[in-house]
Design a protein around this ligand. Structure first.
Ligand SMILES: CC(C)(COP(=O)(O)OP(=O)(O)OC[C@H]1O[C@@H](n2cnc3c(N)ncnc32)[C@H](O)[C@@H]1OP(=O)(O)O)[C@@H](O)C(=O)NCCC(=O)NCCS
Length: 176
């Protein structure tokens, strides 16, 4: 299996969600059963990187995906030096709700590509509707190490997960 060039919106009639396996059951279940429902409900968008060739069932395997949604954080969760520059309202952010790579491709640079594509996409949205940062809730310590590698900093604990963030000012340095 090899991956195609472009991330496109998940289409359950086209993409084979059942064969996706990143090694984390929660993320597998998300892409298989929840991602399309959440898009229909208007609460998040999932972009997938399809394989270059379809399966015998005519559907295309998913090599990697990310899901994004608008969100907000409490100003008090930010470091004091950042919080004091912001008004006393919830702070708008983008949530990188899910990101995963099929385990067949782990260690081949696709996680990095997927993260850069997600940041680029959110950077483009930010040109129209501003957000302060991108946040991610890490499922595992391994995921934390992955995001830390790309400049994400620990923000707080959230629903039993470590929440990390990267400011839009930092993302700007990558893409402007
Ligand atoms: C985390 C995940 C997306 C990484 O994908 P990947 O394709 O294996 O990662 P890449 O090959 O692009 O690695 C890019 C860099 O990150 C590093 N890296 C990858 N996974 C890492 C990890 N778990 N911890 C620390 N560093 C990691 C690689 O060593 C590489 O560094 P290098 O460029 O210096 O060599 C993938 O392992 C995955 O899907 N895991 C299960 C789902 C998950 O935990 N998602 C996180 C959201 S909660």
């Amino acid at each position: 299996m090899s991956w195609s060039k472009e991330f496109i919106e998940l289409d359950k009639a086209v993409h084979d969600r059942a064969s996706f396996d990143c090694g984390e059951e929660e993320l597998n279940q998300f892409i298989r059963t929840q991602a399309a429902k959440h898009m229909n409900a208007g609460i998040s968008r999932t972009m997938v990187l399809p394989a270059s060739n379809p399966l015998p069932n005519k559907k295309t395997p998913i090599c990697a995906f990310y899901s994004i949604a608008p969100s907000s954080i409490s100003r008090e969760t930010l470091p004091e030096s950042r919080a004091k520059k912001l008004p006393k309202y919830p702070v708008p952010v983008f949530l990188l709700a899910q990101l995963a790579v099929h385990q067949e491709f782990h260690g081949e640079g696709l996680g990095k590509i997927c993260l850069i594509k997600a940041l680029e996409y959110l950077w483009e949205i930010n040109a129209h509707m501003r957000a302060y940062a991108i946040v991610v809730d890490c499922l595992t310590e391994s995921a934390e190490r992955f995001y830390a590698k790309y400049g994400f900093e620990v923000l707080c604990q959230h629903n039993g997960r470590t929440r990390m963030f990267i400011s839009m000012k930092t993302v700007e340095q990558l893409f402007s």
